[in-house]
Design a protein around this ligand. Structure first.
Ligand code: GLC
Length: 553
């Protein structure tokens, strides 16, 4: 296994609009990030990933970019951003930006031109199909509901938008589009940015026959077989790598809807020179029911473990994994995979122990380090997220029981992860002096950074300690992995080892008291746990996690 700085790094993801507001406009900003760099550094992480902060009409909170080379004035503009890069680097940290290259905003000058006429030089920057106003080119649906095609009356054509109708898909078949994107990448890298998280990068190459999707297949299959992994995706990524990425010492992680076990390695195979890592969603779609995300089903824990083992095996020798349990598109990890009630603290600590002891680069999402939980706004009017609101409208049209649907929103809405960071006991949790763009979770009085800094047993202090453990044990980074109890319904028990050390990690993903009998614990030194442990205590308590190291190895 080749060693690299980005394999040894831990990433902290910031959702800027919800992180820290210094201007009082209710929206987090770059100065707010600068103000918290000491805090971020104190966690022990290495890389900051920022969700998009470019110019945008914000139909999808910045994932609809209207100028790729400008930082939105809402966040402070380009000058403050230059200062941010410099300060991040002077703190010994690195910065990755979000690159949203599958689509632009419909307010981008390219699209404003493109829609004017078929002869416009920018027309071919997007994907157009002739048709009649009510006869859509095919039955493709957008990820956020409704047809993936929108009529453009000026040219009497449809354009493709796999996300909202304000996010037209770019035409990567056009070499000029690709050149533009590479020049954008180069623009930011030459400023000193250390890499990119590439939004829905698996979708950039389209299947040009635009075949209808069969009625009976699941959305997951539609994604894997129709929208993602198009015929030229690897050619485009290799070109991007050759033309620009390879000229810098940077890190890339591709967001990969539709990237499954079959396709995973092809994107990150070190010999192929495309991307360093991808985010696959096999474990994050595990509770999607027959009708998708807003039709949640209980988590199949054995499958959950199997997904980690399969991906570890797939990438073990030739690629590298990204290890994450949540981000700005999913609910809070403690509410989803842990227990945000009685065992909130224990299970938050367990989940980060999982992140820090698997093979791959771990990603922490802002607020998880204090165990922030899902938010249950009282009605749909409080929600901002376009995905949630579209899903709500669709459910209404389908005559669903809306009070039940609100419960699904409470479980699954992306706004769960987007409520403001909980800093302290001040008004609005110290996030803003103004009116927050989305309401703060009331539980900030219990869950906040400032109280946890003072409590040596807090989730926050545990995060710092387990991060330090990982950083100082390269076995936990590069070592082999094996699940020792794949069929156990509550335990996740695995070893990590190399020629120097041998770790045994035990997690109890339940409220039950469990016994682990197969291994003589006497042979091991306990080096980490989220509980106080009496000598040789065999019973593993609710949401307990333990890291052991073999004595004579
Ligand atoms: C990615 C982003 C998500 C966004 C979508 C469309 O999935 O993470 O927030 O809505 O792409 O750009």
């Amino acid at each position: 296994m080749k060693r690299s700085w980005w394999k040894e790094s831990i990433v902290y993801q910031i959702y800027p609009r919800s992180f820290n507001d210094t201007s009082g406009n209710g929206l987090g900003d770059i100065n707010g990030i600068i103000e918290k760099l000491e805090y971020i550094k104190s966690l022990g992480v290495d890389i900051i990933w920022l969700n998009p902060i470019y110019d945008s009409p914000d139909n999808d909170n910045g994932y609809d970019i209207s100028d790729y080379k400008r930082i939105s004035e809402d966040f402070g503009g380009n000058k403050v951003f230059d200062e941010l890069i410099e300060k991040i680097h002077s703190h010994g940290l690195k910065l990755i930006m979000d690159l949203v290259a599958n689509h632009s905003s419909d307010q981008h000058s390219w699209f404003k031109e493109a829609k004017k006429s078929k002869l416009n030089p920018f027309h071919d920057y997007y994907i157009w199909k002739d048709g009649k106003i009510n006869e859509h080119p095919n039955n493709w649906e957008s990820v956020f509901g409704g047809s993936a095609w929108k009529w453009n009356k000026e040219t009497e054509e449809f354009f493709l938008h796999l996300y909202t109708k304000n996010q037209p898909d770019l035409n990567w078949e056009n070499p000029r589009v690709r050149k533009e994107i590479y020049s954008i990448i180069d623009f930011w890298l030459s400023k000193g940015v250390d890499g990119f998280r590439m939004d829905v990068i698996s979708l950039i190459s389209k299947k040009l026959d635009f075949e209808n999707v069969p009625k009976e297949i699941s959305f997951k299959d539609v994604m894997e077989k129709f929208y993602a992994n198009g015929p030229r995706v690897h050619e485009f990524l290799k070109e991007m790598n050759r033309e620009v990425l390879s000229k810098y010492d940077i890190v890339t992680v591709g967001e990969g809807p539709g990237i499954n076990l079959e396709k995973g390695l092809s994107y990150v195979d070190e010999n192929e020179k495309e991307l360093n890592m991808v985010f696959h969603f096999d474990h994050l779609t595990i509770d999607f029911g027959p009708k998708g995300k807003y039709d949640p089903i209980p988590i199949d824990f054995i499958r959950f473990k199997k997904i980690f083992s399969q991906w570890d095996f797939l990438l073990a020798d030739k690629g590298w994994n990204s290890i994450f349990l949540g981000n700005h598109d999913f609910s809070r990890i403690v509410s989803r995979f842990g227990n945000d009630n009685k065992y909130r603290v224990e299970s938050s600590k367990l989940l980060v122990t999982l992140l820090m002891t698997l093979r791959g680069t771990p990603y922490i999402y802002q607020g998880d380090e204090i165990g922030m939980t899902n938010i249950s706004y009282p009605s749909i009017d409080y929600y901002d997220d376009v995905e949630t609101i579209n899903a709500w409208k669709e459910a209404e049209l389908n005559g669903e029981n809306m009070s039940e649907f609100l419960r699904s929103v409470h479980l699954q809405s992306r706004d769960n992860a987007r409520s403001p960071m909980q800093w302290n006991l001040n008004k609005n949790s110290g996030f803003t002096n103004g009116k927050p763009w989305i309401p703060v979770n009331d539980n900030y009085k219990i869950i906040n950074v400032s109280s946890q800094l003072k409590d040596s047993n807090s989730t926050l202090n545990y995060y710092k300690e387990i991060i330090a453990l990982r950083k100082t044990n390269s076995t936990l980074i590069y070592g082999e992995y094996k699940d020792l109890k794949p069929d156990h319904p509550q335990f996740f028990i695995y070893k990590r080892w190399d020629e120097n050390h041998n770790f045994l990690i035990i997690h109890n993903f339940s409220e039950k008291l469990l016994k682990w009998e197969n291994v003589s614990i006497m042979d091991y030194n306990l080096i980490f746990s989220n509980y106080k442990i009496e000598k040789n205590q065999i019973e593993i308590r609710p949401w307990e996690t333990r890291v052991y190291k073999l004595k004579n190895y």
